[in-house]
Write a protein that binds this ligand. Structure first.
Ligand SMILES: N[C@@H](CCC(=O)N[C@@H](CS)C(=O)NCC(=O)O)C(=O)O
Length: 229
C-alpha cells in the first residue's frame, strides 16, 4: 500500500524565502498545503516547529519539520528523487551551486537593505556596493557555469535559478519603492538572467504581484507614511 504523504508549508506570502520552497514543490509536482503565518502574531505551530529562529518557511513532512529555505530545498531534492533535480549530480558542480547560493543569500538582501535605510551620499555608496556585489556574482557564475544555469541552458529551473529568481525577480518593486533608478546596464548579465526568469511561467504563477509587494514594502520600511493599510 502506498504511504500517504503529507506536506505542509508554513509561509508568508511576501517572503522570498518561502517562494523558493513553493517553487521547488511545484516544480517537482509535490502536492502541499500552504499555511499563511501572521509574522506579527506567530502561531503556536510555527513556534513549536521552528523554536530556534521562529521564522518562515517551515516544511512539515509526515510529522517532521525542516527549516531554513536552502536546507529545505536540499531536503526536497533528496526526498523526491524521481522528479526534476534541483542540484547537479557532479560533486564539484554541486559545491559551486551551494557556494553561489550561499553568497547570494548572504549578500543580496543585506545590500538591498543598506540602500533602503540610507539616504544622500550614504545611499550612493550603498548602491555602489550593491553593484560591486552583483558584479562579483555575475562574473563568478559565468566562470563556474560556462554553459549557464539549468534555466539558461535547458530552460528548466535549477537550485540557483530558484534561489536567485525568488528574490531577484522582485527587483522592480524594490527599486520603485525606493524611488531609485538603478543603472541595470552595469550588471547586464545578471539582469538578463533575472528578466528571463521573470517570464518563466512557474515564476509568474508563484511570485507575489508587483503592486501587492510594492505596497507591502512601502508599509514595512515606512517609505510612504500616508499608506492606509
Ligand atoms: N535564513 C532564513 C530566513 C527566513 C526569514 O528571514 N524569514 C522571515 C520572513 S522573510 C521571517 O520569518 N521573519 C520573522 C521574524 O524575523 O520574526 C531562510 O532562509 O529560511
Amino acid at each position: 500500500m502506498e504511504k500517504k504523504c503529507e506536506v505542509k508549508l508554513l509561509r508568508s506570502w511576501f517572503s522570498s524565502y518561502c517562494t523558493r520552497v513553493e517553487l521547488a514543490l511545484k516544480l517537482k509536482g509535490i502536492p502541499y498545503e500552504s499555511i499563511e503565518e501572521d509574522l506579527r502574531n506567530k502561531s503556536d505551530l510555527l513556534i513549536k516547529h521552528n523554536s530556534v529562529h521562529k521564522k518562515v518557511p517551515v516544511l512539515l513532512h509526515n510529522g517532521k519539520s525542516i527549516s531554513e529555505s536552502l536546507i529545505i530545498l536540499e531536503y526536497i531534492d533528496e526526498c523526491w528523487k524521481n522528479t526534476p533535480k534541483l542540484l547537479p549530480d557532479d560533486p564539484d558542480e554541486r559545491a559551486k551551486v551551494r557556494f553561489w547560493a550561499n553568497y547570494y543569500d548572504q549578500k543580496y538582501m543585506a545590500s538591498m537593505i543598506k540602500i533602503l535605510v540610507s539616504s544622500g551620499t550614504e545611499r550612493e555608496e550603498a548602491m555602489e556596493e550593491f553593484y560591486v556585489m552583483l558584479k562579483v556574482f555575475e562574473q563568478g557564475i559565468s566562470r563556474d557555469f560556462p554553459q549557464g544555469t539549468p534555466f539558461c541552458s535547458r530552460n528548466s529551473l535549477g537550485f540557483l535559478d530558484i534561489v536567485v529568481g525568488s528574490t531577484g525577480c522582485n527587483y522592480r518593486a524594490f527599486f520603485e519603492a525606493l524611488g531609485v533608478d538603478y543603472p541595470m546596464e552595469k550588471n547586464q548579465k545578471y539582469f538578463a538572467w533575472i528578466n528571463g526568469l521573470r517570464e518563466c511561467r512557474l515564476m509568474e504563477d508563484t511570485l507575489p504581484s508587483h503592486d501587492k509587494l510594492l505596497a507591502k514594502l512601502k508599509e514595512k520600511f515606512n517609505l510612504n507614511p500616508n499608506l492606509d493599510s
